[in-house]
Design a protein around this ligand. Sequence first.
Ligand SMILES: C[S@@+](CC[C@H](N)C(=O)[O-])C[C@H]1O[C@@H](n2cnc3c(N)ncnc32)[C@H](O)[C@@H]1O
Length: 277
Amino acid sequence: MTQNAQVQKSIQISCEDNLLLLKRQQDASVDLIYSDILYGTGRNFGEYQDLKPKRDVIERHYLPRLIEMKRVLKQNGSIYLQMDTRINHWMRILMDKVFGYDNFQNEIVWAYRTQGFSKSKWSEKHDVVLFYSKSKAFKFNLEDVRETEISESTQKRWHKEIKEFGMIPTKKNGKTYWNSPYSPPRDWIDMNALPQAHTERNGYPTQKPKELIKRFVLASSNEGDVVADYYLGSGTTAEVCKELNRNFIGCDINPRAIEITKNRLDRDESGWAFSFL
Ligand SMILES: C[S@@+](CC[C@H](N)C(=O)[O-])C[C@H]1O[C@@H](n2cnc3c(N)ncnc32)[C@H](O)[C@@H]1O
């Protein structure tokens, strides 16, 4: 291979129970796991039946899978599991048990605005993403996930300065102070859920925004790394990984989910190898 030859990246997707895929995978072969898991609503979403919100049901389902997830993660790998407040307390105890309390890194809150409010208590408008590492030596690409709260007009006004110095000037008592407009990310993300009419919508009932998943993939993996999603749904993580040049492996037990995923990936692009099982 010449020095400039493009290294082929791969997207491997299978329709099966994730425990089967996990059991086939080699030890320490995955850099990052992101999965938007079963939330324990007990609901039938049409596309799939969710687990009941019972502690024994949740533990029976997740414990064997978490043990495998830890095994397949590389020593410097990370795992992000997304859920909501129905099961996050049980999942945290399970993840502490499997990954170790010392490897708990964050409980990230995704706050969104959707229609439908409770009149008898606080309306539930957030998801929880539990982030654990396999060891202390995990990646965190701070520069790729810095946040800014300055307005678009301020960004436009200081466009040249931001580009050149990564700073914006403020004047106080005749002196100029330079400050970074970007701060390290907080453990909460204020981002809207996809409205029904959004162009990204593909009809899957629990589809998540690409922008949300992008933040986790950017923070905890590098180009060429292997990212896995064992609860793939409509393939949001697969599409994000393709856009960010990460290798991807994932599965879903629902054939419709795989069908939608296939349709949303541009499979003619050179430099990529696709496999669907
Ligand atoms: C919350 S949805 C994921 C939605 C996805 N994030 C998206 O943007 O479309 C969870 C998915 O897990 C799948 N699933 C449930 N049990 C599974 C299992 N044992 N193995 C693999 N997939 C499973 C369901 O079919 C469902 O598509």
